[in-house]
Design a protein around this ligand. Structure first.
Ligand code: GLN
Length: 248
């Protein structure tokens, strides 16, 4: 499955977050250490970040492997941000290729990523898709299971749900229709929410900062594993982990 991370805290160069850690997201694109499903993450990558005073994040996404992209190397050196969400992709069966299918997905102030798979995509997920208004279904950002999950979460956010509520409700809804893996990551630039539902999730807190990642980028102390079937809520001030099951 894909690997992903999110950071909130004092501004850092994108490079420091993604490229420099010895086993960070950049290296995870060809040599993940904990990945249980798939081997490499070469089917696209993306990074979204917030600039001071602007609630709408910028994004840079490409369809190929992150290490082959000279533009990213330059950007990562000079762009600094205090709120970042990034992902490297290993496409799953039946999902479209291309830049539009690479996370993060974005709308308004939000950035979103999905590490996982919806078995039965797309043939057996008509009932799940029917939860969305037709216009939203037609507006799917890509023909992928992740884009459908994003549309379901976005629908809840637009109805006024908090980040954690939007993710938890989405996981429960999808789980009614298919035995999915749903490690979701969502931020608005000041808070973030994540789910552990079938794949790895870790976090590390620093002074006024939090990093949430599929897998640790280094062997330094402080990384904590999030138990499966959990909802993680964080700001730069702290992290809360709550159990997430089909009913709560
Ligand atoms: N199923 C999603 C996709 O194909 C996510 C892939 C993953 O987590 N490996 O984009």
């Amino acid at each position: 499955m894909c690997r992903q991370l999110a950071y909130l805290g004092p501004p850092m160069a994108l490079r420091e977050l993604v490229v420099d850690p010895p086993s960070g997201l950049y290296r995870q694109s060809w040599a993940p250490r904990l990945q249980q499903h798939g081997t490499m993450n070469v089917d696209g990558f993306g990074i979204g970040w917030y600039a001071e005073g602007d609630p709408v994040p910028a994004r840079y996404r490409r369809a190929g492997p992150v290490w082959a992209d000279e533009g990213f190397a330059d950007l990562a050196r000079v762009v600094r941000s205090g709120a970042v969400l990034a992902a490297v992709r290993s496409a799953t069966h039946g999902c479209a290729a291309g830049e539009q299918a690479a996370a993060p997905f974005a709308a308004g102030p939000w950035l979103f990523a999905h590490n996982g798979v919806l078995p039965g995509w797309p043939e057996r997920l008509g009932g799940l898709a029917a939860q969305l208004p037709p216009a939203e279904l037609l507006s799917l950002t890509a023909r992928t299971d992740s884009a459908l999950v994003w549309a379901l979460a976005l629908n809840r956010l637009r109805a006024g749900a908090e980040l954690g509520e939007a993710l938890a409700d989405t996981v429960r809804e999808v789980a009614k229709h298919t035995d999915a893996r749903l490690n979701l990551l969502l931020t608005d630039g000041s808070s973030l929410a994540a789910t552990a539902w079938g794949d790895d999730l870790h976090h590390r807190s620093g002074p006024g900062s939090v990093l949430v990642a599929s897998e640790p980028g280094d062997d330094a102390p402080g990384w904590r594993r999030v138990p499966d079937r959990s909802l993680l809520l964080a700001t730069s001030e702290g992290v809360t982990v709550l159990p997430l099951d089909r009913t709560n």
